[in-house]
Write a protein that binds this ligand. Structure first.
Ligand code: ADP
Ligand code: ZN
Length: 432
């Protein structure tokens, strides 16, 4: 099923025209309502009239998270305060939160793009759907919530916390779909175990997972443990919240709602646009937003755009999995390391739980990386020889994937702190 075939299956030509028209209107709007953008454009000698088609976007200035912080709280808001009906803030994973105001129309667009996503996952009006992203300033909870209502399924606003009660509700209310972070999905699986229940005692069918990077191996793990099919859901509060892009049944990249959010991939050093297919920093322009529209917002998320048609019938461009944020990228002895690489290796080995932590330090002017990872109960033993052999196997695999050697610390089952929201996987003591 496709929620809005008119938009999701538009011909490429029509889409580019629509984007061009919307960009033209947007640039006029911010030029006249946001001094920050007017100043930037004047400094670059660009006027709204220079922006006639979507290809003209390269003439426009970028926006960074720092710009949002410098203009805290409402400096980049374009709509008058009387038009703003809701405010959210980014989670502040990487510093002070940024504030985002939404108009009534922004909220309608958000519910629309979320309904597209849920429909692509296979959710219908007959489903009962639990939203287990945190409700509050974080966009996850309310964003997914109104999407489910717009679609017409039954929403159960469970949020996070009280997981045992949640599991009883999943069973008793026959909840078939859930939106949460991949970390919370694992936590749910563990709690299920603890309660002496199995995936067959609950009837979860579909999971919408996002808000943090996760790997293909993590998908397999969660699907196996919860007995559902897991789909990617991507978004960020500066642009809207969850629903910026979503996977379809083909699960080969996530379709971007590009009639509302125009994507580019740039080289983060030269800021030049990269051709389709190349990996770089993802940049979005909010084509229809009224509250806080952004031109060429640098997400710091690293991925590539996938060219070509998708077998599902949608024509929108897809983005590959997020490799990581440029903020998360660790430079260890000059080598780039992403937590997702470590996750992939760990999940390929049956001996480990998908629970790990990277600890980076500097000893005698040399960077060190320690990977702490939980050994599964069935594999954990007092036999030192066996544990040393396991440790060595992991060290060797990490070395071949990361190109640097890491120290491994095997941890007892359940010793790494669980997260119900976004998980922190890195402790960088070099910055402390
Ligand atoms: P913060 O930047 O404070 O974490 P947000 O709550 O807006 O604020 O989070 C948005 C970020 O979360 C994205 O920029 C991205 O890094 C990450 N994210 C969201 N969804 C996904 C996903 N499906 N896969 C990987 N990363 C994701
Ligand atoms: Zn598709």
């Amino acid at each position: 099923m496709i929620w809005n075939p008119n938009k999701e299956c538009m011909s490429r030509d029509e889409m580019r025209q629509l984007q061009g028209k919307r960009l033209h209107k947007l640039v006029n709007y911010v030029y006249h309502n946001v001094p920050f953008y007017r100043n930037k454009m004047q400094a670059m000698d660009v006027s709204p009239e220079d922006i006639q088609s979507i290809d003209d976007i390269v003439k426009l200035p970028f926006t960074t998270k720092q710009d949002l912080r410098d203009n805290y709280p409402y400096g980049l808001q374009a709509a008058p305060p009387s038009e703003i009906v809701r405010v959210h803030a980014s989670s502040g994973t990487t510093g002070n939160p940024t504030i985002v105001g939404y108009t009534r129309k922004d909220l309608a667009v958000w519910s629309e793009v979320m309904a597209r996503a849920l429909t692509a996952y296979g959710i219908t009006r007959d489903d009962t759907f639990s939203v287990s992203y945190g409700y509050g300033l974080f966009t996850g909870g309310l964003g997914a919530h109104y999407g489910v209502e717009n679609l017409g399924a039954t929403v159960i606003p469970t949020s996070t916390g009280n997981t045992e009660k949640h599991i009883r509700l999943i069973r008793d209310l026959k909840i078939s779909g859930i939106a949460c972070t991949p970390s919370y999905a694992l936590y749910l699986a563990e709690t299920l175990d603890k309660m002496g229940l199995t995936k067959d005692d609950i009837g979860l069918r579909i999971g919408a997972f996002g808000a943090e990077p996760w790997t293909e191996n993590m998908r397999k793990e969660i699907e196996e443990r919860l007995g559902l099919r897991g789909f990617n859901l991507y978004g960020l509060s500066e642009i809207m919240g969850p629903g910026v892009s979503y996977e379809c049944e083909e699960q080969n990249g996530s379709h971007i709602n590009e009639d509302h959010f125009y994507p580019e991939i740039i080289n983060p050093e030269t800021l030049e646009q990269l051709p389709l297919g190349q990996q770089g920093e993802l940049v979005f322009t909010t084509l229809t937003k009224e509250g806080m529209p952004l031109l060429r917002y640098r997400t710091k998320d690293l991925c590539s755009l996938i060219p070509g048609e998708c077998a599902c019938g949608r024509t929108s461009v897809r983005m590959g999995r997020i490799m990581g944020r440029s903020d998360d990228m660790l430079i260890i002895r000059g080598i780039n390391v992403f937590p997702s690489q470590v996750e992939s290796v760990i999940l390929e080995m049956a001996e480990f739980e998908p629970q790990y932590m990277l600890v980076v330090d500097r000893v005698n002017n040399l960077d060190t990386l320690q990977v702490q990872v939980e050994v599964r109960k069935d594999f954990f033993s007092d036999d030192i020889g066996r544990m040393l052999a396991l440790k060595k196997r992991l060290c060797d695999k990490l070395k071949s994937v990361l190109s640097i050697s890491a120290d491994v610390k095997l941890m007892e089952p359940n010793s790494i702190e669980r997260s119900q929201g976004k998980t922190k996987r890195v402790i960088d003591k070099r910055n402390i």
